[in-house]
Design a protein around this ligand. Structure first.
Ligand code: SF4
Ligand code: SF4
Length: 175
């Protein structure tokens, strides 16, 4: 499942590679996490990455005292990678917000960032379709992709899912 999610991310990166730059703005991450929603499935690759790097328990601890009113735990205003500590593992909303479209009454409308919207309208034909991208995610695993949570909660659930699935006998106390 994780490999399929990463393949979806790579496909999106290919489609979006010529989008206008955010120039280090970082405004969309600088908000309570309740405003940014993701699913458990989108964080599976990162959960496995943290597990391999022996940092999953550290993040589970951080998330114990974090809720949907806090900013995304990965937001780092000083980071070189767009303010995101794990930029290559960021979920779909963070990717689609900077360049995608939705169909409204069968007409494409740029979805996401108002700062980039005028430029994105000029690139409309090359943008990814949000609804199609989420359908592909659902086709990977309906159960883990159907519910969207505030980003910190989705991450916490993904870490718990990986931890408890792989180590059922270890029983992380917060899981
Ligand atoms: S998507 Fe928009 S708000 Fe977010 S960092 Fe880029 S320009 Fe800023
Ligand atoms: S995962 Fe990264 S890009 Fe997405 S809201 Fe958090 S800091 Fe921002």
């Amino acid at each position: 499942m994780s490999a399929k999610v990463m393949e979806l991310y790579r496909d999106l990166e290919r489609i979006q590679r010529n989008l206008p730059s955010c120039n280090g703005c970082r405004k969309c991450c600088d908000t309570p996490s309740v405003n940014i929603e993701a699913t458990i499935l989108e964080f599976l690759p990162l959960a496995l990455h943290l597990l391999k790097n022996n940092s999953i328990e550290r993040w589970m601890k951080i998330l114990e005292t974090t809720d949907e009113l806090n900013r995304c735990v990965f937001f780092d205003p000083h980071s070189e990678h767009g303010g995101c500590s794990y930029h290559s593992f960021r979920p779909l909303v963070c990717r689609l917000f900077s360049g995608s479209y939705i169909l409204r009454k069968e007409k494409p409308k740029v979805w996401g960032c108002r700062h980039l919207k005028p430029q994105l309208y000029e690139l409309l034909e090359g943008l990814p379709n949000c609804q199609e991208v989420y359908s592909k995610l659902l086709s990977i695993d309906f159960f883990l992709a159907q519910e969207r949570y505030p980003i910190n909660i989705a991450l916490k659930k993904a870490l718990e899912y990986v931890y408890v699935s792989l180590f059922p006998t270890l029983k992380y106390k917060g899981a």
